[in-house]
Design a binder for this molecule. Structure first.
Ligand code: UT7
Length: 325
């Protein structure tokens, strides 16, 4: 059997910074409220002409260069996103065309903030089975396009960005994917939802007037779910590998709320310098949060470190992954 490794990473974050102070002029909020409840100080907002595939493309090019391969080497492109350029063609197909990855299959995954980890699992399985040699997994979002800028419960939380990773058949290079655990609970889907624009509620003058093309969230319910599920998801992937929390050297968590991250880090007994935290500068980039954080903090990792990725989000979905650096 083959094994799969992360052999390259890349990111793109838009230039435009939106601070909490700026949001004070958009909705009834305060910069202090946002920082104290979430840890977020600012976020990036895509330029009007940029769509999700544009952000992903930049991240993808960086990851290919880092891995030392070309687009022609790719067997598959998987994009985790809830803000695709359009319903179809998939964002992954748009990227495949622009990269010139002529040998690659391409498709999107809709698993919200967990999309990147869902993608890692598929890449790992395809490589282990011998079907693929190089897979590009991307998490990319333009959350600013689906936020209700009149809803202070959600618009202060999210940001735009993209992160990509090349997953390759192991040849002694890169960080081995030791294991992945995925889960879902569709009965909680209403907690975090974009209600209209699909076959249930096609776009109409009414759906637009009722602001149903924007994210709606029961923040309190998602918070309770998140606190429980990060620990459960992490425990699941570790126990599959015969490991415990004590074996984790570094944590790359989903960047939804600093309080959730700090609570979990305490359970892991990890000091703050062993946790990738970028939500202060980028907010919650949904599926892009983990690959962007992994790229930004990988210089802190040492050979042999066991790196735990853990995420949760709309669906509801969750996932965890253990890498050996
Ligand atoms: O990626 C996965 C998706 N999302 C998440 O993981 C989010 C999970 N949830 C959270 O992070 C937190 O629940 C929030 C940050 C969304 C909210 O923090 P909280 O400490 O749970 O606040 P709360 O929901 O209990 O709301 C407290 C109050 C409410 O006012 P009342 O009803 O008590 O008068 C809200 O209306 O805070 C109010 N509030 C705000 N006030 C100022 C909500 N948003 C804001 C705001 N500025 N932006």
């Amino acid at each position: 059997m083959f094994t799969a490794s992360v052999t390259g990473t890349g990111i793109y974050t838009p230039q435009r910074i939106m601070t909490n102070q700026e949001l004070e002029r958009v909705v009834e909020t305060t910069a202090d409220w946002i920082v104290s409840r979430t840890g977020i100080k600012e976020r990036r907002i895509a330029a009007p002409e940029q769509a999700t595939s544009d952000l992903c493309l930049e991240a993808a090019r960086g990851a290919l260069e880092d891995a030392g391969i070309t687009a022609a080497d790719l067997d598959c492109i998987i994009v985790g996103t809830i803000t695709p350029d359009m319903v179809f063609p998939s964002t992954a197909c748009i990227i495949q065309g622009k990269l010139g990855a002529t040998r690659a299959a391409a498709f999107d995954i809709s698993a919200a903030c967990t999309g990147f980890i869902y993608g890692l699992q598929l890449a790992k399985q395809g490589i282990e089975a011998g079907s693929w040699e190089h897979v590009l997994v991307i998490g990319g979002e333009t959350m600013s396009r689906i936020l209700d800028w009149q809803d202070r419960n959600t618009c202060v939380l999210f940001g735009d960005g993209a992160g990509a990773a090349v997953i390759s058949r192991s040849n002694g290079k890169g960080a081995r994917i030791l294991g992945v655990h995925l889960g879902a609970d569709g009965s909680g889907g209403d907690c975090l939802i974009l209600p209209a624009g699909g076959s249930r509620l096609p776009a109409s003058a009414e759906t637009v007037a009722e602001r149903k093309h924007y994210i709606a969230m029961n923040g309190h319910e998602v918070y309770k779910f998140a606190v429980r599920i990060v620990e459960e998801a992490a425990g699941q992937v570790l126990s599959k590998l015969g490991l415990t929390f004590a074996d984790v050297d570094y944590l790359v968590p989903h960047q939804a709320n600093l309080r959730i991250i700090e609570g979990f880090a305490k359970r892991l007994k990890l000091p703050v310098d062993k946790i990738a935290i970028n939500l202060d500068l980028y907010g919650n980039m949904s599926g892009a949060s983990i690959p962007v954080a992994l790229h930004q903090f990988k210089h802190k990792l040492n050979t042999g470190d066991k790196v735990l990725l853990v995420s949760f989000g709309g669906g509801l979905t969750w996932g965890s992954c253990l890498l050996e650096w």
